[in-house]
Design a protein around this ligand. Structure first.
Ligand code: GLA
Length: 378
């Protein structure tokens, strides 16, 4: 936001501006809270926070997405469940930093974002990470990217109340332009994996089905609890510890509902390894069928897809996409499709037509390139 606009809103100049992006995950879905592997890229879409430090304990928040005066909160009085609406996300980060013993006070924060919300593209992680980065700089906190991502995840878990894994926050904080981020969610070791779509003559389409997903609705928590229960029944620290060779025998020992979850997680970790092998071998186009297999697993085993995401995948592949899958937590949200450069418009048109024919709300479709993670802008 311009200095003038900030001054009009808050009565003084900002100290700086920070940005953190949304993400799509290429492969490795519902693996992060099972200590497994994920492979997200950052989107060009980001949340920007213009901020000024305050030393009086007042947190004043304004967003371009809402009308009216800034929301005012006292940092001393922040409590889980006590902050309604979008303000819960920035408040959650401040609360988490203070809980960890950082003596941070208030701030004036202006928030602007072009990350679609409720679309499975990590708009909440983008907001949390942008605020975390701004607070680190404003208060000269000695926190690295990993610690900031963990702060944002704890904020989401303990203040917002969503028991998410670490993928979205690590993606928003740590992705780099031109690369996908291979993350081992057990120890947070990572590798930037070059993902050069243009050089391979490919595009990555993001199809936002406009079916709002809401991770706070309890379904996500149930899936996570199911996975943890299955690991406990198998005597494992986490499902990541079940080798593929032992999968069939393990499934026989589990109730059918849990067996389906386990099969998805184990095969999905294998798909991440397979995609990494292909990318390391420079075979980006060959990744397509692995994505489509990942979707089938999310649809049939993990059961987090919905008619709109299934239709988008089916039509995209029939129209020439090399592969497609839902991305993110599921229950709606977005689909990614890997398409040959020249075929992108045709695939998009077919998906739009199929949604119209089925009576679904028109999807929002754009192409994405791997973009930079959270950063200070000015
Ligand atoms: C959401 C969560 C992530 C991850 C994905 C599914 O995006 O925030 O931690 O679990 O769902 O892969």
């Amino acid at each position: 936001m311009s200095t003038d606009a900030f001054r009009r809103l808050f009565g003084h100049d900002p100290d700086g501006e920070w940005a953190a992006p949304g993400r799509v995950n290429l492969i490795g879905e519902h693996t992060d809270y099972n200590d497994g592997f994920v492979l997200p890229i950052a989107l060009p879409h980001a949340t920007r926070v213009t901020a000024r430090r305050r030393d009086d304990g007042l947190l004043r928040l304004h967003s371009t997405r809402t009308e009216g005066d800034p929301v005012e909160l006292s940092v001393d009085e922040l409590a889980p469940g006590g902050v309604p609406g979008w303000a819960v996300y920035p408040a959650s980060v401040v609360w988490t930093l203070r809980r960890a013993g950082h003596e941070v006070g208030g701030a004036d924060l202006h928030i602007a974002s072009d990350v679609p919300s409720g679309a499975g593209l990590s708009s909440s992680a983008a907001l949390e990470c942008a605020v975390a980065l701004a607070y680190r700089d404003l208060h000269k906190l000695d926190l690295d990217v990993r610690e900031l991502a963990l702060t944002a995840q704890q904020a989401e878990n303990d203040f917002v109340g969503v028991p998410c894994g670490i993928m979205d926050q690590m993606a928003s904080m740590g992705c780099e332009e031109g690369s996908a981020l291979l993350l081992d969610t057990r120890d947070l070791t990572q590798r930037q994996v070059p993902f050069d779509l243009a050089a391979a003559g490919l595009r990555l389409l993001v199809i936002d089905t406009r079916v709002k997903h809401d991770l706070a609705d309890g379904a996500y928590a149930q899936l996570r609890a199911g996975c943890e229960q299955a690991a406990a029944l198998l005597g494992l620290p986490a499902l990541r510890d079940l080798p593929t060779g032992s999968l069939t025998a393990a499934l026989d020992r589990l109730p059918p509902e849990l067996a389906l979850l386990v099969r998805h997680v184990v095969t999905e970790n294998d798909r991440v390894r397979e995609v990494i092998g292909l990318l390391d071998a420079g075979r980006l186009a060959a990744v397509g069928p692995v994505l489509t297999a990942g979707h089938a697993s999310l649809r049939d085993d993990f059961r987090v897809s919905c008619p709109e995401t299934d239709l988008a995948v089916e039509v995209a592949v029939a129209a020439g996409a090399l592969g497609a899958r839902m991305t993110g937590g599921g229950f709606g949200g977005s689909v990614i499709a890997l398409v040959p450069d020249g075929g992108a418009d045709g695939v998009a048109a077919e998906v739009v037509a199929a949604f119209a024919a089925a009576g679904h709300t028109a999807p929002r479709i754009f192409s994405a390139t791997p973009s930079a993670g959270a950063r200070r802008l000015g």
